[in-house]
Design a protein around this ligand. Structure first.
Ligand SMILES: Cc1cc2nc3c(=O)[nH]c(=O)nc-3n(C[C@H](O)[C@H](O)[C@H](O)COP(=O)(O)OP(=O)(O)OC[C@H]3O[C@@H](n4cnc5c(N)ncnc54)[C@H](O)[C@@H]3O)c2cc1C
Length: 407
């Protein structure tokens, strides 16, 4: 007997919601046989609300994937902020000096490098698109998973679901990953990222600002309402002090850490904190399961790439599944899933390694090493070719991309 579903995606975060919407539209599967199991649904849209605290720099490649998912068209463009350039500098250099690396969308003939977007707005757009395509949305959490030779069985409260393929998109503490016994390699940065919305004295100029301090990177990302989103990574003890101190002290500390790049700053929101680690699953696929997004890999947020990698995973997995009929296989067959892993794992591991090198290199750059870092940044700044390469990296158009990210 055929199971109820061809694919059940567990986790309605950005990666899972996008994967479900893509599968319902592009995988050649009857949409109602694709289910999205979501423990938590994003709150309804509120056009007048202040910017949400969880935002992400969405690359051009991700914009295309979200477009293919039928989601980008549904996002309120008034709540996106295009960013046109990035300015990156070390604590030992001046923000307007020759060692402040600045790369611009105009250098590569693009209007912008991407958009700073609210994660829950993107998630909501993907879920709405999935439901419109007649996918099956189930509001429940996975409690138990059994993988059998013909199908996987998922226990969610009183319901039992059977499916050819289960997709683990359930985040860093993935129950699917644990359920299939997939091991991970992990590294704890022993840091927290403090996230808040701040007002700055000078306008953000549609620029993503990033200062590397020996204590960790500090980023100010431009928001649609003229304010900025702060992502400030610090060692655990200091991070807790900064997160919990009063507003006046927080503002003073932030002014010092941002070196007044945008003048004085004033915190407007509560302060959230996120533990920072890198996690890499030893394999992304096995018979009847696949892992995507943070369930498969977590990287340091310093280059704002985690959500982008998850969206590319979603696109690559959808394309692999769409080839199942040509291989005379069902979507859960390992032969169908392997190409997804081959395309994405090397790319994600390379990004993780680059983040570790950047993080360690900038943190250790003091004394003569700081001179070397600044010399390197000055040379990159003078090289049109290298600056264009950085701009393309931010656009997410480098390397082997899934077809859905190239349109
Ligand atoms: C401070 C910070 C800044 C960042 N900035 C950027 C950026 O600028 N650009 C960028 O690209 N990335 C950024 N990232 C990374 C990005 O936020 C994440 O990589 C991305 O949101 C992960 O999405 P996901 O869908 O894989 O996982 P999650 O967002 O963790 O979603 C998992 C979902 O699964 C659900 N779930 C969990 N368990 C179950 C269960 N048992 N049953 C059913 N559902 C379940 C959860 O409720 C959740 O909805 C940043 C990360 C941090 C910490």
């Amino acid at each position: 007997m055929s199971p109820q579903f061809d694919v059940v995606v567990v986790g309605g975060g950005l990666a899972g919601a996008c994967a479900a919407a893509l599968l319902a539209r592009h995988a050649g599967i009857e949409p109602s046989r694709v289910a999205l199991l979501s423990g938590q649904l994003p709150p309804p849209a509120d056009a007048g609300a202040p910017a949400e605290l969880r935002v992400a720099a969405i690359s051009r490649a991700s914009e295309r994937v979200l477009g293919a998912a039928g989601a980008w068209q549904r996002v309120d463009k008034a709540r996106l902020c295009a960013y046109e350039r990035m300015r990156v500098w070390h604590e030992s250099a001046a923000v307007d000096g020759p060692a402040a690396l600045c790369f611009d969308a105009a250098d590569v003939g693009e209007p912008n490098l991407g958009y700073i977007a609210e994660i829950s707005a993107l998630q909501r757009a993907c879920i709405d698109s999935f439901v419109d395509a007649r996918g099956t949305l189930i509001h429940a959490a996975l409690e138990r998973l059994e993988i059998g030779p013909e199908f996987a069985r998922l226990q969610c409260g009183a319901q039992v679901l059977e499916t050819r393929l289960v997709v683990g998109a359930d985040g860093v503490h993935s129950a699917v990953r644990e359920g299939v016994g997939m091991s991970v390699r992990s590294h704890d940065y022993r840091q927290l990222a403090i996230v808040a919305t701040v007002a700055t004295q000078r306008p953000h100029e549609h620029t993503a600002w990033q200062r590397f301090l020996h204590t960790g990177p500090l980023a100010l990302l431009p928001l649609f309402d003229g304010y900025s989103s702060l992502v400030w990574s610090l060692d655990l003890g200091e991070a807790r002090t900064v997160r919990d101190c009063d507003e006046a002290e927080f503002n003073a500390r932030l002014d010092a850490a941002s070196a007044h790049a945008l003048g004085t700053t004033r915190v407007l929101s509560e302060r959230l904190s996120f533990p920072l680690h890198s996690v890499a699953a030893h394999s992304y696929v096995g018979p009847r399961f696949a892992l995507i997004g943070d369930a498969a890999h977590v990287i340091h947020p310093l280059a704002g790439q985690g959500a982008n990698l998850g969206l590319l995973d979603a696109a690559a997995l959808c394309e692999a599944i769409a080839r199942a009929p040509a291989l005379r296989e069902d979507p859960g067959a390992l032969r169908v899933l392997r190409p997804y892993e081959q395309q994405r794992r090397t790319h994600n591991l390379a990004m993780d390694a680059a983040m570790s090198v950047f993080h360690g290199g900038f943190a250790a750059a003091r004394g003569p090493a700081a001179w070397l870092v600044n010399r390197g940044l000055t040379l990159v700044n003078r090289s049109g070719t290298l600056k264009r390469a950085f701009a393309r990296q931010a656009l997410g158009t480098v390397g082997e991309l899934p077809r859905l990210a190239r349109r």
